[in-house]
Design a protein around this ligand. Structure first.
Ligand code: AMP
Length: 294
């Protein structure tokens, strides 16, 4: 496995794979867990060359967010990626991605970036779209792997690929969960043992939302968000930011309960801000993620 730290070397390496080779790409911010690794494993199966990146992107963090304390363990991450057969890991510095003089950003607009996570984290998706476009330009993947765990990020990147006619196929894979339902996240590292237990309330709230959705389809999204809210209120260590039902593509609020739909939740538990979702696919089946066995 080759570890590359400069854009120039990455571009040179990529140009050596010209021709018919299928190139897969998994973008991460490191501190890898089984959620990331599920993307890598799928990418390994579906491509001739597999590339992963590790880059904590300052442009997607707000001024009061956790950029400075975001967890990292590069040697451990590299070992995991090597074990899974990744060909190249791109680990650029901030200077490489945002050199002096950098001024051009991708600025998605509308509900997709103004609501839900966009409301809580202004500028977040501008940072995400910008770095993903840059990485796509540098890596030029045929297929790129993202997690449904970050549903709004998936919607923003899907929209950007369409809007800019980017020649990449997106592969969106289900959220990987701990055995008790907590969605895996690098930010779970911030949780104390008690907070870790409390954090399972997000999953319980989504399950309650799904039950309400299926039991009262005529009564509209309010009953679903109320069921999720009620579940979170039962956990004193959790502080709800939002519990909503939205369209998975446009991120507008649903007026009625129908498929496709996204049940979305964001809550603070101790020092961690956690997000999670269940997706009701157009065919009426749910993607509620995959729980690892104990
Ligand atoms: P991050 O390192 O948080 O930027 O995540 C890198 C990629 O891994 C993104 O596409 C995420 O959506 C995906 N990801 C994060 N957590 C999970 C999870 N629990 N299950 C599946 N994919 C995930």
């Amino acid at each position: 496995m080759r570890v590359i730290t400069t854009v120039q070397e990455m571009v040179d390496e990529r140009s050596r794979w010209a021709g018919s080779t299928k190139v897969g790409f998994v973008a991460t911010m490191g501190y890898l867990h089984e959620g990331h690794l599920s993307l890598v494993q799928q990418g390994r199966k579906e491509n001739d060359k597999l590339l992963a990146s590790i880059f904590v992107n300052p442009a997607q963090f707000g001024p009061h967010e956790d950029l400075a304390r975001y967890p990292h363990d590069l040697p451990r991450d590299l070992l995991m990626l090597e074990t899974l057969g990744v060909d190249v890991v791109f680990v650029p510095t901030t200077q490489e991605i945002y050199p002096p003089g950098f001024v051009t950003y991708v600025n998605p607009t509308g509900p997709l970036v103004e609501e839900a996570e966009g409301r809580s984290r202004p500028g977040h998706f501008r940072g995400v779209a910008t770095v993903v476009l840059k990485l796509f330009q540098i890596v030029r993947p045929h297929q790129a792997y993202f997690g449904q765990k970050d549903a709004q990020q998936v919607a923003v990147i899907t929209r950007m690929v369409t809007d800019f006619n980017l020649p990449v196929k997106l592969r969106i894979l289900p959220a990987i969960r701990e055995h008790d339902g907590l969605a895996m996240s690098s930010r779970n590292a911030y949780l104390s043992p008690q907070e870790r237990i409390a954090a399972t309330v997000l999953y319980r709230a989504l399950q309650a939302g799904r039950v309400a959705f299926e039991a009262h389809p005529k009564e509209g999204p309010l009953i679903v968000s109320q069921a999720m809210t009620q579940a979170v209120l039962e956990e004193p260590r959790a502080h709800l930011e939002y519990a909503e039902v939205r369209d998975p593509g446009s991120f507008t609020r649903l007026e009625e309960l129908r498929a496709p739909a996204l049940l979305l939740i964001a809550a603070r538990v101790g020092p961690a801000r956690l997000i999670d979702n269940f997706l009701l696919r157009p065919d009426g089946t749910w993607d509620s993620g995959i729980r690892v066995t104990e």
